[in-house]
Design a binder for this molecule. Structure first.
Ligand code: HSE
Length: 430
């Protein structure tokens, strides 16, 4: 029988979920995988205040060194998140020859390259399935599932909180704040949901996916990121009437040796499969060559979803304990690949101007767009009012971020334009 002796660090939502799932599947794991999983030590800074009934025989500590210095512990499961002290813990564990399992996307996105090398040098495994998409096996799919193919793109809905908010705004006509409150009430959003709604959570996950798909380590700060806080109920309604829906997408594409990586709200056609991925569901579309598109979808947030990724890693690790083929060996970097800047990337845009309803206004707006080489696909002004402003919706042809920015700066100087113009990218997804 294979033995996995774990030091678990972090007993929050995910950590306690892992313990529940391991407890529930104890005999199943023994029978099916010939593996005995034991959590020898639990470390949490407020371990005394936690319900640890399922870990009655485990050592409880607030000092992670009790785990790092215990030679019997062969696997460290790090579930505290953030950079500090998680980085130190993972580094120390790897140096001491312990395998590591983490759900820490920030750590892997920022320090993955160093940590993979460290794991390789110490001939131990570093697993992180739950860092992206929780229990959806996106990491395993990219590293082991589609071998022999190259990847031309990977995109999708990779933040459950934002998808929940946008779904509620679409289905229940909630404002952004109402939908966020609902997400928090249902336990989907963190009490501080900043990293979710500002797009950074998706950016961390995208950095990891770019590395796995294209063999290039990119800095999170080099990813173009827009969150969803500026999306208004009006935009949701206009998108609907245009046959579209708004999703926060993470998009990475590779063209020859140049890649693009961006996170932003996006208008997509209602007929695209991603349009029907709602609430806390995530979905990843992998464009593999020669296989074609592969779509993975499932709950990307929540206790059992995250625990599934970690428990899956524990079992996979037990099956590979004696192997010398370390998954980290495949994380070599292709130095010839560069990352495009957002100014070099062309997309179509949905624009919502808030304008006075006066003769000549539309021609002024379209004239400035035309001067910047921005073609127009459609223009809609449904409301009329002699006294107040009205929304003018323009869908553009493909244009660069830079041209659009320059055109909007000029348009905003027009006295008939009130409020900041809303610009949301449109993506024709294959
Ligand atoms: N906060 C994340 C989300 C969950 O909302 O998707 C885990 O990554």
């Amino acid at each position: 029988m294979k033995k996995v002796t774990i030091g678990l660090i972090g007993y929050g939502v995910v950590g306690s979920g892992v313990v529940k799932l391991l407890n529930k599947r104890k005999n199943y794991i023994k029978g099916k995988y010939d593996t005995e999983v034991r959590i020898k030590t639990l470390c949490d800074r407020s371990v005394d205040k936690k319900d640890t009934a399922l870990l009655a025989t485990a050592v409880k500590t607030t000092d992670f060194n009790d785990i790092l210095n215990d030679p019997e512990i062969n696997v460290v499961v790090e579930l505290i998140g953030g950079m500090n002290p998680a980085k130190k813990i993972v580094e120390e564990a790897l140096k001491k020859g312990k395998h590591v399992i983490t759900a820490n996307k920030e750590l892997i996105a920022n320090k993955g390259q160093e940590l993979f090398q460290l794991a390789q040098a110490n001939r131990v495994h570093l697993y992180y399935e739950s860092s992206v998409g929780a229990g959806i096996p996106i990491i395993k799919t990219l590293t082991e599932g589609i071998l022999g193919n190259t990847f031309e793109g990977i995109f999708g809905i990779i933040n459950g909180t934002c998808n929940f908010i946008l779904s509620e705004m679409t289905e229940k006509n909630y404002t952004f704040n109402q939908a966020l409150e609902d997400a928090q009430k249902n336990g989907y959003a963190e009490s501080d949901p900043t990293l979710d709604i500002n797009g950074m959570d998706s950016a961390h996950k995208l950095a990891i996916l770019v590395n796995l798909a294209f063999g290039k380590f990119i800095a999170v700060k080099d990813i173009y990121v827009e969150g969803i806080t500026h999306i208004a109920q009006d935009d949701i309604e206009h998108a609907k009437s245009l046959g579209h829906t708004i999703k926060l997408l993470a998009i990475a594409k590779k063209n020859n040796n140049a890649i693009e990586a961006r996170v932003h709200p996006t208008l997509i056609s209602k007929s695209h499969p991603l349009a029907s991925i709602n609430h806390i569901y995530n979905a990843f579309v992998i464009d593999a060559n020669p296989l074609g598109n592969v779509i993975l979808s499932g709950e990307g947030a929540g206790q059992m979803a995250a625990a599934t990724g970690v428990v899956s890693d524990i079992i996979n690790l037990s099956l590979n304990l004696e192997t010398h083929l370390l998954p980290c060996n495949i994380y070599t970097e292709d130095k010839n690949i560069s990352l495009n800047k957002i100014d070099d990337i062309q997309t179509k845009f949905y624009l919502r101007f808030t304008a006075m309803d006066k003769p000549g206004v539309l021609s002024k707006i379209t004239g400035i767009l035309g001067e910047h080489g921005i073609g127009i696909n459609s223009l809609t002004q449904k409301e009329h009012s002699q006294v107040k402003t009205v929304p003018v919706i323009i869908l553009t042809e493909l244009t660069s971020e830079k041209s659009l920015r320059m055109a909007l700066t000029e348009i905003h100087k027009l006295p008939v334009i009130k409020n900041k113009t809303v610009a949301i990218r449109m993506e024709k997804l294959s």
